[in-house]
Design a protein around this ligand. Structure first.
Ligand SMILES: Nc1nc2c(c(=O)[nH]1)N[C@H]1C(S)=C(S)[C@@H](COP(=O)(O)O)O[C@H]1N2
Ligand SMILES: [Mo]
Length: 539
């Protein structure tokens, strides 16, 4: 495939070579774009999650060591997904340019390299927890089309077989130019056609998702038979800089592995309950849930990946049904009553598995299948149409979003997604407290400074919060009125601040009388501990 004897192919030889190399790189980019666009169109037919960028990104998430994932979640927050996508796209663009340049000399090799990338996409898609053989299609189809496009484009750039006079710079200038024109025309056609395919793919996907969007939009939330107790007037201290008692949906933290937020049509949604010790397996639809006894509860949700002082905690008013009642109807007995299963494995439409103790779900606490959040249908990001919420357990062992299946099994028999990735099988929420104000490195004026924050120990409640300055004696903070023991509690301590540099620390005591430990441990394997401290400078 090389242009033997043509000087313009000797590295760095002629001015004509550089533009040709640049065009070759461009050809690679066009082929790469073509691969993604065609794959997008194919994914619209198969399913959006099977697109190569999403599939590879998800595979990266699946195989990321907990420490790195923790780092990403902490440093990019919800933007970690965009960072990952962008990273993949930038890498792909670089590879595409390289492959384009390779194709200039070795056309078949270049096209072969494109197919290898297609294979990576295909393997990633099929290897996901919920992956099916058809998920390979988008990557394969995209790669095959792109390989052909690259082969054609490279052919335009390497007029190899043309006999050339002595190693001349100016050899066949006119035909070189016309080859280039031919390349530009072909590349433009390929790019425009790809853009068309990509656009069509997007349109198709959104029309498929329109049903889900409409089902959420049209949902009229039922009035609960058992309403949440009214939030006491004094539960929200309304101090500037302090988290509001109820976290608005738009501010509610989001932690999940989904690169594409699943959009499930409530009308088509089903939940199956089956497995060990299930006397009567049940399948319920969304409208079956709405017709059941609906309950409303305030429950604070926390992520095990939350560092001391971190943001992955929020408090919402959930609307849904009691999970224990459904299990009861299915004939499930908790281990304490002789039931053979000690673990519930919830599965989501995106292949997440979350294992929860049967005993916890059936011990009388308000474990819910929730479809409403703060007076709205669940936002898609938070699990529409239905998710689990269990007070007192970290999200990764209780709060399955986009749930579709509940299997009764044992902890001995099955490790859920995060447990396979070195997190604990069981993880009750640890007693924690956080200083919201003053912010780290703030410069409050000397005088009375309200030090305020939140403390949580779901299902045990908070009985005391203490604050100390510069490691001296602990002062008891004033607690806001308690809502329930499943919610966090605000607190404030009026600090007589004197000028200088100071360190504020907080610790909480839960409803059982146990005080939050000052021992610092990281988030893996079952939640961080330690006292949150904030350094400030009083001028
Ligand atoms: N399907 C699915 N459900 C999931 C997760 C997930 O990755 N996928 N993450 C869990 C974790 S780790 C937490 S902390 C909570 C977070 O719920 P939120 O995003 O609504 O705050 O969802 C849980 N449910
Ligand atoms: Mo989490």
């Amino acid at each position: 495939m090389t242009a033997d004897g043509n000087d313009s192919h000797r590295p760095g030889a002629s001015p004509a070579r550089r533009p040709r190399i640049a065009l070759a790189a461009l050809g690679g980019l066009v082929a790469g774009f073509c691969a993604l666009a065609v794959a997008e169109l194919a994914a619209a037919v198969v399913r959006p999650e099977a697109g190569p960028v999403t599939a590879v990104g998800s595979a990266v998430i699946d195989h990321t060591p907990p420490a790195v994932r923790d780092f990403a979640v902490r440093n990019f927050g919800t933007n970690d997904k965009w960072a990952l996508r962008l990273g993949i796209l930038v890498l792909l663009a670089l590879f595409a340019m390289g492959i384009g340049m390779l194709a200039l000399r070795h056309r078949r090799l270049g096209s072969g390299a494109v197919l290898v990338f297609g294979l990576i996409g295909a393997v990633s898609a099929v290897g996901r927890p919920e992956g099916a053989p058809a998920d390979a299609l988008p990557s394969v189809v995209g790669a095959v089309v792109a390989a052909a496009v690259l082969y054609l484009l490279a052919g335009r750039l390497a007029p190899a077989r043309r006999p050339s006079p002595a190693a001349g710079e100016g050899d066949g200038e006119p035909s070189d130019a016309s080859d280039r024109r031919g390349f530009v025309v072909a590349a433009t056609v390929a790019a425009v056609a790809s853009a068309g395919a990509g656009y069509l793919g997007r349109r198709l996907t959104s029309s498929v998702q329109a049903g889900a969007t409409a089902s959420r939009h049209d949902l009229v939330l039922p009035v609960p038979r058992s309403a949440a107790p009214a939030i006491p007037a004094g539960a929200d201290l309304r101090i500037r800089g302090l988290s509001s008692f109820i976290t608005p949906n738009k501010d509610f933290y989001r932690v999940d592995t989904a690169l594409v937020v699943p959009r499930v049509d409530a009308g088509a949604w089903r939940l199956r309950i089956h497995g060990k010790g299930v006397a009567r397996p049940v399948t319920v639809g969304f409208h079956d849930l709405l017709r059941r006894e609906v309950i409303e509860r305030d429950i604070t949700l926390t992520c095990v990946s939350n560092e001391v002082g971190g943001p992955y905690v929020g408090n919402a008013r959930w609307l849904g049904v009691c999970l224990a009642e459904l299990l009861d109807e299915a004939g499930v007995l908790p281990p304490s009553k002789g039931g053979p299963a000690d673990q519930i494995v919830a599965r989501s439409v995106d292949g997440m598995t979350i294992g929860t103790p049967v005993e916890a779900v059936m011990d009388g606490r308000d474990a819910m299948l929730a479809f409403g959040m703060n007076g709205e249908p669940l936002p898609f990001e938070h699990g529409f149409p239905v998710r689990m919420v269990v007070p007192g357990l970290y999200g990764y062992v209780s709060a399955c979003k986009w749930i579709k299946d509940i299997e009764l099994t044992t902890f001995a028999a099955y490790d859920a997604y995060w447990v396979e990735r070195s997190w604990s099988q069981q993880a009750p929420v640890k007693t924690e407290s956080r200083i919201d104000t003053p912010r780290p490195f703030a410069s409050p004026k000397a005088g009375v400074v309200p030090v305020a924050g939140v403390a949580w120990a779901q299902h045990r409640g908070i009985s005391r919060v203490e604050v100390r300055v510069d490691g001296r004696e602990w002062h008891t903070a004033r607690l806001a009125a308690a809502d329930t023991r499943d919610t966090w509690r605000q607190w404030v301590w009026e600090w007589p601040a004197t000028s200088g540099d100071h360190t504020l620390e907080v610790r909480a005591t839960d409803g059982t009388g146990a005080t939050q430990t000052g021992d610092r441990v990281g988030t893996v394997p079952n939640g961080a501990t330690g006292w949150h401290s904030v350094a400030v400078h009083v001028p």
